[in-house]
Design a protein around this ligand. Structure first.
Ligand SMILES: [Zn+2]
Length: 252
């Protein structure tokens, strides 16, 4: 097993809606997730829950593993009890918790200053439940008839445009690398890293163009070693990565 520590930047090119499933009094039907006082100050700034990032990365990794012919659980089945597949080992299943822990992604500078007292508007912003967000109205369409349902005008809160968040992933990885090669990265790390880079959308309202994003890995260490982030492009382009995968744990 190898200990993984990974930090990433999550940059949005649009606004974002990761919902709480709750409304705000009678003003907004669907509010966005906000961080607690961990960010300092009393203003509750938008955040992206670790579970949202994890869910999206999981589905990207799953598609990737599938396209590479790795052994996976039966489609639609998330059990993988006896010998968990690579996706269940990393992200968990009904029988094991998974080895990766995703922190919530919190706003980074310069956005964070909105939570600081010296920003000078603290008294104001602490009271503002919609800081760094706005609310848009929408109609709910009845799918069958494609008509607007009666009395169903709804309001959706979404973040400001182009927010930037930072998050981290910690966990343990299987030590296996690619067959017959001395590559730096275990297969599980490789899959996770490419999966992260494949994330291009997060959250709800994607059909309305919300949640366009990309993830950049800012630091990556294995067993507390050197930061591999700068070398990743070169590592990922190594031909042996893909060649070796076919001998790793295939579905056949
Ligand atoms: Zn599985």
């Amino acid at each position: 097993m190898r200990a993984l520590e990974l930090s990433y930047h999550l940059d949005f090119t649009t606004s974002l809606h990761v919902g709480t499933g709750m409304g705000f009094t009678k003003m907004v039907d669907e509010t966005i997730c906000r961080a607690g006082p961990a960010l300092g100050g009393r203003a509750r700034l938008p955040c992206v829950p670790g579970s949202s990032v994890k869910g999206k990365v999981r589905s990207r990794c799953e598609a990737l593993a599938n396209s590479l012919g790795l052994r996976l659980c039966e489609k639609g089945e998330r059990v993988c009890k006896q010998s968990p597949c690579i996706i269940c080992r990393l992200f968990g299943s009904a029988y094991n918790p998974g080895r990766l822990r995703f922190s919530d992604a919190l706003l980074i500078e310069p956005w964070r200053r909105f939570a600081r007292p010296e920003f000078g508007r603290e008294a104001e912003t602490a009271r503002d439940p919609f800081i760094l967000s706005s609310v848009r109205m929408g109609n709910k369409l009845e799918r069958a008839t494609r008509t607007v349902e009666q009395d169903l005008l709804f309001s959706l809160e979404h973040t400001a445009n182009r927010l930037q968040f930072g998050g981290s992933i910690q966990g343990y990885l299987d030590d296996r690398t690619f067959a017959g090669d001395a590559l730096t990265l275990p297969v599980e790390a490789w899959l996770l890293i490419v999966g992260l880079r494949l994330v291009d959308k997060l959250g709800g309202g994607r059909s309305r163009g919300l949640g366009r994003c990309c993830i950049m890995i800012s630091s990556l260490t294995l067993d507390g070693g050197e930061n591999l982030a700068d070398d990743l492009p070169a590592i990922l382009l190594t031909d042996e990565c893909l060649l070796g995968l076919s001998e790793y744990e295939t579905s056949s």
